[in-house]
Each structure stands twice: as C-alpha cells, then as structure tokens.
Design a protein around this ligand. Structure first.
Ligand code: GLU
Length: 445
C-alpha cells in the first residue's frame, strides 16, 4: 500500500482572535505537515453564523502570516453545505441520523431526571421509537426536527499520538445532535466530512476534543472512511489557570505589540509540554527537523510570559540583519545591529541603544581622578591610529600610559562616551560612534 500523504488542518472557529493555545495547535499541525513533506491546511469552522465574523477570519489569516505558518490551502465550512447535505443523506438512508422533536426544556427535564436517579445524562433515544404517524403528527403541528447521529453500542478505541490508548463505551455517550431544526450544522459532523474530503491524515487539536473523537470515530466509519490519526495536545495553562481566548494578554496582537518575535513564540510553543528543551532559532523552519509526536507529554504545560521574554532575547541574539532591517531605527546599519543585538530582549529596545551611538550623552558626574583621566583620554584619542579597532588602540595606549586596568580603565570611558554604566561591547560601539563624536564626548566632561 502506498504511504498516506500527511495532511493536517488547523480548524479555528472565527469567533475571536488566535491565542497562545490555538497558535500551538496551528504550529504542531504545520510542523507535522512540513516534517513529512505534506500539506498544512486552514479550515475555517464557520458554521455558526451568529458567532463567526469576517473580521476574525481576516485576523486569523493575518496572524498566521505574521507567525510564518502559511497554509497550503483554505476551506470554509460555510461554503460546503452541499457536501454536508450529500453525506447527511447517506447517513439518513443508512439510519445513522434520525429526527428528534424534543424542545430544549424537555431535554433539560430528561437530564435532570436521569441525574436524579444517579444515571449518566445520556439521551434516551425516545425519538427513535416514534412511529411514522407520530412523526407526521408532530411535523403537522409545526415542530421541525433536529437531527442526531445514532451511535452504535460498541467500545471505541484508538491509540492517540499524544495520549496513548484511549477507550470509550458508546453506551455512555449521548447520540450527538449534528443538525439544528433550522437546517444549520453543528461542528461534529461537518468536521468529519471535511476531514474525509480533504484527506486529512492527522487531526491535531486540544484534549478538550477527546470525547468528540469518540463519536467522530463512528462517523468516519459510518461514512465508509478510515479514521485519521489523532493527536490531542494537553492544554496550556497560565500561571493562574486555564488559558482562553478571553485573555487578551495572550492573543497574537498583544504578543506582537509587546515586542515579541513570531519565531520566539514558535520556538517556545514547539517545546512547551514536550520532553525537549526550548531552543531559540532564527527561522521557524529550523524547528521542523526535530519534530515528533512522541516528544509530547500528556500533562498540561504552563505558559509563562517571562519565559517567552527570555526566549525572545535569545532569539534576537541570533537574528541576522536581514530578518529585522525594516523594523530597525532609521540609519541603523548591519554593524549597528550586530553591536546592539546582544543587549536587547525586545527589538524596540534597539532604538534606545542606537541613540547611544547617534546622540551625545549628558556628560556624567565623574570624581576628580576620573575626570582628569577622561580629559587625558581625549588627548590620547586625538593621536591614536583610529583604524578598524579604535577601542583597542585607545585603551592599549591609555593602559600603557596610566597603568589603569579593568574597570578603572574602561568604565570612565564608557560613561563619558555613552552616558551609561552598561551597554553593548565598546569595541563594537566605538567604530559606530566614530572619531569625531568620540573626541567631542571625551572633551565634554
Ligand atoms: N473548530 C474546532 C475548534 O476550534 C476545531 C476542532 C478540530 O480541530 O476538529 O475547537
């Protein structure tokens, strides 16, 4: 048998912006597809016309583009009604979907009665026992049916790529509603129809979908298709509990506006909750080679913004000039970037360090001995051979003449030249500050 092509799909409902939890799902879908040379698809689960919004569809596309997780194709559930109708008719003909007439209130009463008797609140299938005449009478009275999928009473099991062996008894599950009385679709069945039609080989999603998989497993079988592989990722937790879309602070927009690089977020999310350490990378593609579902743990992982900030710093220290050029302060060139890169945790801090190069500092308060030393340094700086390594030339000359070394040699110069105690390597900064500004700043103390 020919090997099945790996096809994954990221299937957000466009009811809000992407957040850290579903970005991780998107990333794992992307990694699994890219690692296998397969396809990564975006599927917009927009069957809920009330809650789905076009602005969210656009934001999801834009967020994926910013992240660099570009889909190989996109499908929208709202455009696929004919496909769903066809599968629905197949299931109707084989008796796997059936019409139900209970109102929400009646169903709530049934659930309460079952729970009162200490039974699981499983739908009692009363609608299956209605005669054709009873159904006609209900419909004649204006009741439009909603539709349930009839589960077969058997054990359902699969080996989840993350959670290992999974087992459910269909008898403990309610026949799920798949279509509303107004003809609109609920998520469960269209998802299966799409997964079959799109030849999805791996369904990657959050563990909150595990019970859905049990019923969807039977839907695949009822439609005559082998179920795909499933990987249910453990949930991400925030320091204070579950992450959700409502937490704006972990939405893509907030992360980007907070100065986080997309590739830093991806590097963290590719390892959080796996057995592998987080390693910063310069490009998302660098995460593909080591991808394996085996690395993912079942236990929830904690998302920590402080860790993200650290990974962002290490990421920036790796990024070449070409990766950041358009976002750098005006005038900052490649040597400028390479000098400043090791000192920043967020790109926006580059502007601050660049001012150290371009703007003369307020002369620092020096004690008498330091003052005399810097005044002397101004004279020496005027005479040393500037060349490619002026800092080395200047400090070597000053060391020889004054006998100063270490902090005493360097710090007064740094303070006079940059106005600060710490900062990028002076050897890298001085050629950027240039001879003229150097002489002026040393003489200004
Ligand atoms: N739209 C569903 C969700 O966002 C998709 C679940 C799935 O991947 O099948 O939870």
């Amino acid at each position: 048998m020919a090997a099945v092509r790996t096809v994954t799909r990221f299937a957000p409902s466009p009811t809000g912006r992407l957040h850290v939890g579903n970005i991780r799902t998107a990333l794992v879908c992307w990694l699994a597809a890219r690692a296998a040379g397969g396809a990564f698809m975006l599927r917009l689960d927009d069957t809920d016309a009330e809650r789905s919004r076009e602005e969210h569809v656009e934001a999801i596309r834009a967020d994926l583009a910013w992240l660099g997780l570009l889909p190989d194709g996109e499908v929208r559930q709202s455009a696929r009604g004919a496909l769903y109708q066809e599968a629905f008719e197949t299931l109707h003909a084989s008796g796997r979907v059936y019409p139900c007439y209970e109102s929400e209130e009646e169903l709530a009463v049934k659930r309460r009665v079952a729970l009162g008797r200490g039974l699981p609140p499983v739908y009692d299938r009363a609608a299956l026992r209605l005669s054709a005449d009873e159904r006609r009478a209900l419909e004649g009275g204006g009741v439009r049916p909603h539709w349930r999928f009839r589960l077969e009473e058997s054990a359902i099991g699969w080996r989840d790529l993350v959670r290992g062996e999974q087992r459910f008894e269909a008898a403990n599950l309610s026949d799920p509603v798949v279509r509303r009385a107004d003809g609109s679709w609920l998520y469960l069945l269209p998802s299966v129809i799409d997964d079959i039609d799109m030849r999805v080989s791996h369904v990657v999603r959050g563990e909150d979908h595990v019970a859905n998989t049990a019923v969807q497993w039977q839907m695949f079988e009822a439609l005559g298709a082998p179920p795909p592989a499933f990987a249910h990722l453990a949930l991400l937790t925030a320091a204070d509990g579950k992450l959700s879309k409502r937490e704006g602070a972990v939405g893509v927009e907030a992360i980007r506006d907070g100065g986080i690089e997309a590739v830093a977020l991806l590097a963290l999310l590719a390892r959080l909750g796996t057995r592998d350490p987080v390693v910063a990378v310069a490009r998302a593609e660098d995460l593909i080679a080591n991808f394996s579902f085996d690395a993912w743990a079942r236990a929830p992982a904690r998302f920590d913004p402080a860790e993200l900030a650290r990974v962002n710093g290490t990421t920036l220290h790796l990024l070449p000039f070409s990766a950041v050029t358009e976002r750098l302060p005006a005038g900052m060139d490649e040597p400028g970037w390479l000098a400043i890169r090791p000192n920043i945790e967020r790109l926006l801090e580059a502007a601050d360090w660049w001012r150290v190069v371009t703007d003369d500092p307020v002369p620092p308060a020096l004690d008498e001995a330091e003052h005399a030393y810097v005044v002397h340094a101004a004279e020496v700086a005027a005479t040393v051979e500037w060349g490619d390594t002026p800092w080395l030339a200047l400090t070597a000359a000053l060391k020889a003449e004054t006998g100063r070394k270490g902090r005493a040699l360097y710090l007064p110069l740094r303070r006079a030249l940059t106005g600060r105690e710490h900062g990028p390597d002076m050897a890298a900064l001085l050629p950027l500050i240039g001879r003229e500004r150097t002489l002026r700043r040393l003489a200004a103390v």
